[in-house]
Design a protein around this ligand. Sequence first.
Ligand SMILES: Cc1cc2nc3c(=O)[nH]c(=O)nc-3n(C[C@H](O)[C@H](O)[C@H](O)COP(=O)(O)OP(=O)(O)OC[C@H]3O[C@@H](n4cnc5c(N)ncnc54)[C@H](O)[C@@H]3O)c2cc1C
Length: 398
Amino acid sequence: MALRVEDNKCIGCEVCVHACPYQAIEMVDERATLNEACILCGACAYACPTGAIVLDRGDSDVDITQYEGIWVVGEVTSEGTMAMVTAELIGEGGRLAAEIDTDLSVVLMGDDIRHTAEQAAGYGADRVFVVDHPALARYRTEPFTRVMADLIEEHKPEIVLAGATSMGRDLAARLAARLKVGMTADCIELRIDPETRMLEQTRPAFGGNLLATILCEQTRPQMASVRPNTMGLPSFDESREAEVIEVPVEIEEGSITTKILEVVRDESRSARKLVEADIIVGGGRGFADKQQLSLLDELAEQLGAAVGFSRALVDQGWVSSTQQIGQSGKIVHPKLYIACGISGAIQHVAGITGSDCIVAINKDPDAPIFEVAHYGVVGDVAQVLPAMTEAIKARRGE
Ligand SMILES: Cc1cc2nc3c(=O)[nH]c(=O)nc-3n(C[C@H](O)[C@H](O)[C@H](O)COP(=O)(O)OP(=O)(O)OC[C@H]3O[C@@H](n4cnc5c(N)ncnc54)[C@H](O)[C@@H]3O)c2cc1C
């Protein structure tokens, strides 16, 4: 791909200078000139009123009409069940498939996982590819990429969706590179144009300050990873049936450069998975210092809860961004969310509205969090949290 300025067409209007998000265009002798900050995004070419800036994408020899069907890259949990993020993607993939009158397939890879095909069918898959092999017992980049790439090259789906999970992010990126196609990571909304069959992939950009909708016009499959908990679960019907295709594979363990020697679970409260937790205790800027966050941990321990945070604490460097809840963090769906010292900014609330019950603790009775909370405690976290923890301990007779 290359970007060039045709000097004879450039009229020096500077529209491109303002259109460029990277300050990559300067005016030299009243002519647009690209500098090294250019990332070939093409914003200037779209904006140029005279066609002087040309984005040369190179010739694509892909016949996109050869590709059909929507695929979901399935995930299997360590307990051997299909992951809920896969169910979510089946629901979303099925909706998109109906719009373009095609079918939805799910690929499940693992060891001794044939039974998971029934789960995929129950959630709405039309076809399930089951790849069962001991080398696929736990996720590793190489064998999973190889299996998926071979299947995609053989069957040519037009869209491939993966969860924006640890596995999905890794696998989708590697696959896209292997297949030489584009991939939009971390989507929060998908739409499809029934005329062009183009997938409109929307994801937060520039630190969440705007939403970008991305199209992959030239290559197939169109690939996207989708943030868990953004699409909602489809209904499960155990009487639904799907065509199940068992895919035989030969994988030489010796050809895989990574070996899993031991799986060590991080049982710390901070490691409990936010996106799957039934109870989450969330902390915000209402805490005086980092040490005081132990009050959250103590309550979480009593409740068996995961701990998450507002972006304010991530920005302060007190906690990891992996524990941020909200629009630019994790979207959570717990049964109970306890917001402690969190004001209830719209970007935080965007991540918690799927909670069944929200309890807010805030010393300001007018804090916006009380507008979305089902129960509220007006008080200081330094007093309310230890009291709650003690009350739970007392109930348990500890
Ligand atoms: C593009 C963009 C994306 C963003 N994405 C996210 C996101 O994903 N997640 C997110 O959380 N934010 C996000 N933000 C930031 C968001 O706008 C807020 O700034 C942030 O949520 C505020 O965090 P907070 O509620 O902890 O802090 P504050 O807004 O400062 O609120 C602190 C609250 O604590 C209360 N308080 C103070 N002391 C005590 C005490 N001792 N006891 C009890 N209560 C007390 C105060 O009354 C106040 O209500 C984003 C912002 C932008 C611009």
